[in-house]
Design a protein around this ligand. Structure first.
Ligand code: NDP
Length: 614
């Protein structure tokens, strides 16, 4: 079912000022004064939650020493896209180094029951045309995406030099050698000409700082390290038979928990869903991809679909531009486009369009809230309703989540009032004065996204020129050139959401960054340079321009309920998951980089050639 504007209640049925006030009230109930500090890092007693791999035994190996052209930290989507582009640029001596036991990153670690991508797989799964891959359905299963990662690794020859089950602990620039010393927890000591940080934003699980967490004696695990030995079942066959006599609590109701809960409801004796803020959950409408349709696509179709998705999800659809993706991510744009079409596409200013979008936002959110009424207990149905603007939190879709609350063994534990689960005891949890015994506590509590970088990245030392720590250099915000290099950190490249363009398709962002990094690294090598770094002046000019075209989203974020999207409601801290995106739009950013590459002079970069002794 593809929602039309007529599926949303009309604006006349919604008292928008009253709803805006309700949104603020619901936000204020949830803002915690300790913001990011409410979370417990997966270190010390909890280090195993991050460090242990429950899926693949760690094979002993000898430490690696010697020299290489590039070390890429990460073998998930981002690290793989960078590696594939390096190879295309003619650089073949590189290592992907990753904590996991294989390629895939988040799709390696996350094997919880029900895992699927929440985005259109034709957009989300990278390099489909290059690898000749057809996803099986609109929202592919996690293991299908993981398997696709293996195909990419094999297609682009990434496997041979990859180092798995390896954590980089230190990166130190050596000005005498013009190389990075890369130290790992496996005793490796590698001298790399270039280093690319490609760890992605969701690599380190975090735990909720629930009082009594250390006292609970039952089973505890995080969704990113699902324990099938405990629950029964397997990644590709999640029949959680061992939960039949277990009382299970799951903390969190984000995108992960929405996928997990129907499985707990089906198999556990009792399931307690601990909810602080409800998600928005649309109908899933998952469907098989039609092979005939797929075969008929013309070359370039995936890039075209990604561009269309980006317009619909993050910008606006142009007159006559269809919505190819047609799901919850694109509904507001699609509806606004339908209205404008009916009015003959009048000229409207960005401010008028934003106002129109806001009204549609209220209408779509009301439609989504009404979906909760499938739950027969009206109090539970009301508690499940999300009161905030669309995209304050990541939207989800699922057909089995709400109906699960009609089962007698599924209980909603609404902890908004206490801003989190009140307390754990040795044998259970306490809520509104009652202790609930549980056997198992599953943390669907998300990842370190907006904490300080040293906590998020988990690399002890990253030291550039003169021993300058990147953590200190970026303490008050990113300082980059093109979002991918920084003055004082020669031959080091950054990826992801820093000060670069952000595409609605993460993989597109990573592919393009990989391409750009591959261009710079290969050009530097071709020109005999051993060191490349942005000049201070070029970096300053880049940042000045970036800020001059920035779009101010602080008002929207301030109004939002807390989440990692808005720094857990902390407006003082400057850093957000999206960094400082290029305000002129993703494709303007891409065009700017393309012009820069085509000019051929690597403007703004300082190249140093090896001194030749007489
Ligand atoms: P999130 O960070 O989105 O959610 C964490 C959950 O834990 C929230 O519901 C949060 O509540 C809750 N929580 C935290 N502390 C407490 C506490 N003390 N008491 C009670 N509840 C608490 O993590 P997810 O793993 O769900 O998702 C992370 C991201 O992973 C997604 O946003 C998405 O980007 C990605 N993902 C992608 C998928 C895909 O299909 N591609 C699928 C699943 C995840 P509150 O909201 O109130 O803070």
């Amino acid at each position: 079912m593809i929602c039309q504007p007529s599926d949303c209640p009309p604006a006349s049925e919604i008292d928008i000022p009253a709803m805006r006030a309700k949104y603020r009230q619901e936000r204020d109930r949830r803002v915690k004064r300790d913001h990011n500090d409410q979370y417990v890092p997966t270190s010390g007693k909890w280090a195993g939650i991050y460090e242990t791999d429950p899926y693949t035994p760690v094979a002993p190996r000898e430490p690696i020493t010697g020299e290489t052209d590039v070390v890429i930290l990460g073998a998930g989507y981002c690290g793989m896209m960078v590696a594939a582009q390096l190879r295309k640029a003619g650089i073949t001596k590189f290592h992907n180094i990753d904590h996991g036991g294989n390629f895939g990153g988040t799709w390696y670690w996350n094997r919880y029951p029900g895992i699927q991508c929440d985005n259109d797989s034709l957009v989300y799964m990278p390099l489909l045309e290059e690898t000749g891959t057809m996803p099986s359905k609109k929202f592919a299963d996690g293991y299908e995406i993981h398997d696709h990662c293996q195909v990419i690794a094999d297609t682009f020859g990434l496997r041979e030099n990859a180092l798995f089950h390896t954590l980089i602990q230190s990166l130190k620039w050596d000005p005498a050698l013009n190389r990075w010393h890369v130290g790992t927890n496996r005793g490796d000591s590698i001298k790399a000409r270039f280093v690319v940080l490609a760890m992605g934003p969701l690599n380190k699980p975090k735990l909720p700082g629930i009082p009594g967490l250390d006292q609970f004696q039952g089973k505890v695990f995080h969704t990113a390290r699902w324990d099938y030995d405990y629950t029964g079942g397997a990644w590709r066959d999640p029949v959680l038979s061992k939960l039949a006599d277990k009382k299970v609590a799951i903390v969190g109701t984000g995108a992960t928990a929405i996928q997990v809960v129907p499985y707990l409801a089906k198999y556990a004796q009792q399931t307690y869903v601990v909810q602080r803020t409800p998600s928005t959950i649309d109908a899933r409408d998952n469907r098989a991809i039609d092979p005939a349709w797929f075969a008929a696509q013309q070359p370039g179709w995936q890039q075209e679909r990604i561009r269309n998705f980006h317009h619909a999800a993050m910008e606006r659809l142009a007159p006559g531009e269809p919505d190819l993706v047609k799901d919850i991510w694109t509904e507001i744009s699609r509806n606004c486009a339908a209205e404008l079409e009916a009015e003959g596409w009048p000229e409207i200013s960005p401010a008028d369009y934003a106002a129109r979008r806001e009204v549609m936002d209220y209408r779509v959110m009301e439609r989504l809230r009404r979906r909760c009424d499938v739950v027969t207990d009206p109090q539970v149905a009301e508690a499940l309703k999300p009161y905030y603007r669309y995209l304050c939190k990541r939207p989800a879709s699922n057909d089995d989540y709400y109906p699960a609350f009609n089962q007698p063994n599924v209980h909603l534990i609404d902890v908004a009032e206490t801003r989190g689960l009140e307390r754990l005891t040795e044998t259970g949890f306490v809520h509104e004065g009652t202790e609930y015994p549980i056997d198992c506590l599953i943390m669907a509590s998300g990842y370190e996204v907006t904490n300080d970088l040293d906590r998020r990245w988990g690399i002890d030392t990253i030291e550039g020129e003169g021993g300058l720590s990147i953590y200190d250099y970026w303490r008050d915000g990113y300082r980059t050139f093109q979002g991918m290099m920084a003055h004082g950190f020669p031959n080091m490249f950054f990826t992801g959401f820093t000060q670069a363009g952000t595409n609605a398709s993460n993989s597109k962002t990573f592919i393009d960054q990989g391409f750009h990094i591959g261009h710079i690294a290969s050009e530097a090598l071709k020109r005999g340079a051993v060191r490349v770094e942005p000049s201070q002046a070029a970096q300053d000019a880049y940042i000045a321009h970036l800020r001059s075209v920035a779009v101010d989203v602080s008002e929207f974020q301030t109004e939002c309920t807390p989440s990692y999207f808005n720094n857990e409601g902390d407006q003082q801290k400057k850093r957000s998951i999206f960094g400082e995106p290029w305000g002129e739009g993703y494709y303007a950013f891409e065009a700017m980089l393309q012009r820069w590459r085509e000019a051929g002079d690597l403007a703004g970069l300082e190249l140093t050639r090896e001194a030749v002794s007489a």
